[in-house]
Design a protein around this ligand. Structure first.
Ligand code: FES
Length: 144
């Protein structure tokens, strides 16, 4: 069996939503201390809906495929639903990742959560801090 699924290869070779959103409503940047890869997600949010999502990923192919798939999955979704996106769902949508590449999909989940937290913070929207447990003391996140 090939190491990477056809879907992973497709999203790696033709990533969707690469780029920057000027005047984004929320931006989240995370890095993995071990591999040194960095992922940045930009969100445009209108009302309660994510109308656009883009990413810049300086990292491995699995991180690029994960950010491509994850941004596709949250576009058009309500904010509350995007908050529920797990790295597991991203891996499933990619038709799997090798075990040693699962952490790459975690970056996508964390970057999206951080961008949503940024959106809440910027707009003064109250939220339950428990929704962002990995943001507490993890030291992964860079501020932009
Ligand atoms: Fe670091 Fe993939 S090896 S994100």
């Amino acid at each position: 069996m090939a190491l990477y699924s056809d879907i992973v290869m497709d999203h790696f070779r033709n990533p969707r939503n690469v780029g920057v959103i000027e005047n984004a409503d929320g931006v989240g940047e995370v890095g993995n201390a071990k591999c040194g890869d960095i992922m940045k997600i930009y969100l445009k949010i209108d009302g309660d809906t994510i109308t656009d999502a883009k990413f810049e990923t300086f990292g491995c192919g699995s991180a690029i495929a994960s950010s491509s798939m994850a941004t596709e999955m949250i576009k058009g979704q309500p904010v509350a639903q995007a908050l529920q996106l797990t790295n597991k769902a991203v891996v499933e949508a990619l038709d799997g990742l090798p075990a040693h590449k699962i952490h790459c999909s975690v970056l996508a989940e964390e970057a999206i959560k951080l961008a949503l937290k940024d959106y809440y913070d910027r707009h003064g929207i109250a939220y339950d801090k428990q929704q962002f447990p990995s943001c507490e003391n993890c030291g992964h996140c860079h501020t932009h």
